[in-house]
Design a protein around this ligand. Sequence first.
Ligand code: ADP
Ligand code: MG
Length: 240
Amino acid sequence: MIIAKNIHKSFGDLEVLKGIDLHVKPQEVVVLVGVSGSGKSTLLRCFNFLEMINHGEIILDGKPVNIKKDNLNKIRAEVGMVFQHFNLFPHKTVLENIIEAPMMVKKKEKGAAIKHAKQLLEKVGLAEKADVYPSKLSGGQKQRVAIARSLAMEPKVMLFDEPTSALDPELVSEVLAVMKQLAQEGMTMVVVTHEMRFAKEVADRIIMLDQGRIIESADPKTFFENPSHDRTRQFIQLVE
Ligand code: ADP
Ligand code: MG
């Protein structure tokens, strides 16, 4: 679903990604871990073309992305992204937040957009919140709306960048539950998270980024019980 070949990304003199090779298979759930500053967010943003790579290649669903020719809005519609901060439009209701992009970007007809939005709200457990404003929601509810909003574009892949890091601890599990359900339904996902229980339960593969390089890529059991790299072992001790 995503093939990254030798991706390099620099900000000025600072090389943040130093040759990333990664294949994410259809329906695979990849959890991306690493200490702060290791390049996790930058890598996700490259997959979504919020950042442009300096070198290498990204192939999405079999199609090499040529940034000059391809319509970035169309690509971004195929690669959904959920951030730490929810970025809902405060002056729009929950339903209006969800139907905005399908109508504006995909030119979906309003009735169909509303119907789909309601199904998605049902899925994330917020059917009764369609007409309220984001300020009336808890952080966990906002994040679930953000997930529904992303799904409304019918993406082929979902990227999550620390989706629960800004939440009060008691609100984390409701968001992880929605993500787990998505994974079980076969969504292809790349998830940056410090929630190691989620990683153990849901990930097909855990990848450790260290100073802009992938140093470990293993199934959860191997990752936690028999990592190949000292830095991975140190990281596991930090987070567990
Ligand atoms: P992580 O998500 O793993 O914490 P990031 O990808 O956010 O790491 O950042 C990796 C490095 O790139 C950090 O040193 C960060 O300061 C730097 N960086 C990220 N975005 C930018 C930017 N837009 N301009 C300059 N430096 C950046
Ligand atoms: Mg980050």
